[in-house]
Design a protein around this ligand. Structure first.
Ligand code: FE2
Ligand code: FE2
Length: 290
């Protein structure tokens, strides 16, 4: 079995892990667009990340010995390192949610995510776990692409959390093909790839709906029809965040799909520059107040 085609990661894209050490001090309750639904949708996603990304790492690790190309081995190491860092930073983010008063939701959500992931580890073959990783990596990459393509989304995030989502989105795009390439190499089944994407979308969709609702309920926002309608429109309306990922989502169904057929390397390069500008700004402020 071999890769579906010759598309490769652009040379200028490097997959380099970076520990950020965020603290999220001063994050307001509705940190995204001051919108409870958008904020809690992203909060619910964050609850899945620490355990979810450890699952991805293990699924890829299980097959890394089959890769002989040193360049690909380097990509896999970069992927493992980046996902490990995402797990750590989202752990801190989830603790921040607990300290905002969402302890029950944050703990319950992470517990359920861990349970579902452990079931996946027990019930799925190693090949199916790799297929699930490739599918969920596709979903995270297209969400990341949307976040970076619509600058107003990041601009409307509170500065205390903006860097986390910016940094995570950039890295999801940088390593978007690592699990996919490995899957194509060692499994390659089109049917399994598509079936798993549909199952993974259903599972993630149900989970995030459940926990977005749990967070909203905690605030009493579930009884505010206008808040709910506005938030749902922002996610699923004509120009909704999720609606606009649809063309990218279905591209995965093409038999000759490859993540780098969409070359968004210029997009992440531009955002990398913004991220380091922000880091320098913070270092300068820290020096000035020291
Ligand atoms: Fe990640
Ligand atoms: Fe990832």
């Amino acid at each position: 079995m071999s890769r579906s085609n010759a598309v490769k990661k652009p040379d200028q894209v490097s997959i380099t892990p970076q520990r950020m050490g965020f603290d999220f001090d001063g994050a307001p309750r509705y940190w995204c667009r001051n919108d409870p639904v958008l904020t809690h949708f992203l909060n619910a996603l964050s609850l899945t990340f620490p355990d979810g990304e450890r699952f991805f790492v293990d699924a890829v690790r299980a097959f890394r010995d089959t890769v002989t190309d040193p360049e690909r081995q380097k990509e896999i190491s970069g992927f493992i390192g980046q996902e490990a860092m995402h797990s750590l930073e989202h752990d801190t983010f989830n603790q921040m949610l607990a300290s905002q008063g969402y302890q029950e939701e944050a703990e319950g959500g992470q517990k359920l995510a861990r349970y579902l992931i452990n079931e996946g580890r027990k019930r799925l073959s190693k090949e199916q776990q790799l297929a699930a990783t490739a599918a969920l990596e596709h979903i995270t990459a297209i969400l990341a692409n949307r976040l970076l393509k619509d600058p107003s989304l990041l601009a409307d995030m509170h500065p205390s959390v903006r860097q986390l989502w910016m940094w995570h989105a950039i890295e999801e795009i940088e390593h978007k093909a690592v699990a996919y390439d490995l899957y194509q190499d060692v499994v390659g089944s089109y049917r399994m790839r598509v079936r798993t994407l549909l199952a993974a979308t259903l599972a993630l969709g149900s989970y995030t709906s459940k926990y977005t609702w749990a967070f909203l309920k905690k605030d009493g926002m579930h009884r505010r029809p206008l808040v709910l309608a506005r938030g749902l429109w922002r996610l699923f309306g004509i120009n909704g965040v999720l609606t606009r990922t649809l063309p990218d989502f279905v591209s995965f169904l093409r038999p000759d799909f490859h993540p780098w057929q969409e070359d968004n390397s210029a997009l992440i390069e531009a955002w990398r520059a913004q991220l380091s500008a922000l880091e320098h700004e913070q270092d300068a402020t820290a020096d000035a107040t020291a």
